[in-house]
Design a protein around this ligand. Structure first.
Ligand SMILES: *Cc1c(COP(=O)(O)O)cnc(C)c1O
Length: 359
């Protein structure tokens, strides 16, 4: 067989396939999907309308420059249009950033455990991943990340809040870190959960970008805005980086449906952020309950909580599924549970209550 197989790049051998969150059971008891950090609210009627209207002309290619969306984003964030780039989800944009900066022999630094797409897209680029363990409190160890910088470092991801732990880094420590990063190394602040942050000590990456040409901010419509299925995210970065993102974009990657939905969502932002507020309320309810039950849970500023269950991770996930909620296990490490509908959260809390707190 191997003689007839086309030759594939050797780096692919080490790349794990991205594991999507398990879907909610069809037929089985697991009716709530708390495994992918999705927004449990269905699309707003107005957003749905604009998508339906756009669907009438999907025989045409989309607007490749995303003109309307760029205008909205430029206005909303107070950044020049040429500092913006869109992509197929912010994961798509992250992959483009790697294509633009990193190749064989280069190093890419990120915390671990963090977003599971980082090792995948880093290896695809051919660059070497440099994984810096989280602190014992499951927070980015920014001092250790700065210490890990070499003259081969090309890109550093800072996931704030971090997926899957929900933990954040604060303004002072992040500024101190950025001061230590050489000007020619790109720092990518992945702020996929920005809208869920209530801790005022967490800086807005867009403010940091304004004063630092080597900082790029990633945002997405997938989480707070509820457009995960439409694939649209964006970067805010200074011109050389934004230009590189336009060069590395898959032509027509962002569909017209996604563009229209994103525009309509920005215009309905008050309502959508109201929903985010309700989810943040649910998050407090879940966190308070878990702590009252005796769990040690890191402070989360995202739409999920992290239980470090170690060897009991898969067992806990199975018990959850039996009870009717699908969670996201990372074998040997822990379980990430998305804050979803109150009913789903209730089931999760009930499982957690009855589960032994120590291994
Ligand atoms: C969900 C998520 C994203 C966004 O993914 P999309 O491709 O925009 O759907 C990016 N970064 C992190 C850390 C995430 O958890």
């Amino acid at each position: 067989m191997s003689e007839t197989s086309p030759r594939l790049r050797a780096v692919l051998e080490d790349i794990p396939t991205y594991k999507p969150g398990k879907p909610a059971g069809t037929g089985g008891p697991a009716g709530y999907k708390l495994s992918s950090n999705e927004n449990p609210y269905p699309p707003l009627p107005g957003v749905l309308e604009s998508v339906t209207a756009a669907a009438c002309s999907f025989n045409r290619y989309p607007d490749m420059a995303c003109t309307g969306l760029m205008d909205e984003l430029s206005e909303r964030f107070g950044v020049p249009r040429d500092h913006l780039a869109t992509g197929t989800g912010s994961v798509g944009v992250a992959q483009q950033l790697l294509q633009a900066t990193s190749g064989p022999g280069d190093e890419v630094i990120y915390a671990w455990r963090s977003f599971e797409a980082y090792p995948i897209i880093t290896r695809i680029s051919g660059a070497t991943p440099v994984q810096v363990p989280l602190t014992p409190g499951d927070v980015h160890d920014l001092d250790a990340m700065a210490d890990a910088i070499t003259d081969r470092t090309r890109l550093i991801f800072v996931c704030n809040p971090n997926n899957p732990t929900g933990t954040v880094v604060h303004r002072e420590e992040l500024e101190r870190f950025l001061d230590r990063v050489p000007d020619d190394v790109l720092v990518v602040l992945d702020e996929a959960y920005r809208e869920f942050i209530r801790d005022v000590r967490v800086p807005d990456g867009v403010e940091l970008y304004r004063r630092r040409p080597n900082v790029c901010v990633l945002r997405t419509f997938s989480k707070a805005y509820g457009l995960a299925g439409l694939r649209v995210g964006f970067a805010i970065a200074h011109e050389p980086v934004a230009v590189a993102l336009r060069k590395t974009a898959v032509p027509f990657g962002v569909s017209q449906l996604a563009q229209e939905a994103a525009i309509a969502s920005l215009r309905a932002e008050d309502e959508l952020l109201g929903r985010v507020g309700s989810l943040v309320g649910e998050r407090s309810r879940v966190m308070d309950a878990l702590r009252a039950q005796g769990w040690t849970v890191p402070e989360t500023q995202a739409n999920f909580v992290w239980l470090r269950l170690g060897e009991r991770t898969m067992d806990f996930a199975a018990v959850c599924e039996q009870a009717g909620v699908v969670v996201r296990p990372f074998p040997g490490e822990g379980v990430r549970v998305t804050i979803g509908e109150a009913e789903g959260n209730d089931i999760f809390m009930k499982v957690a209550e009855g589960y032994p707190k120590e291994g």
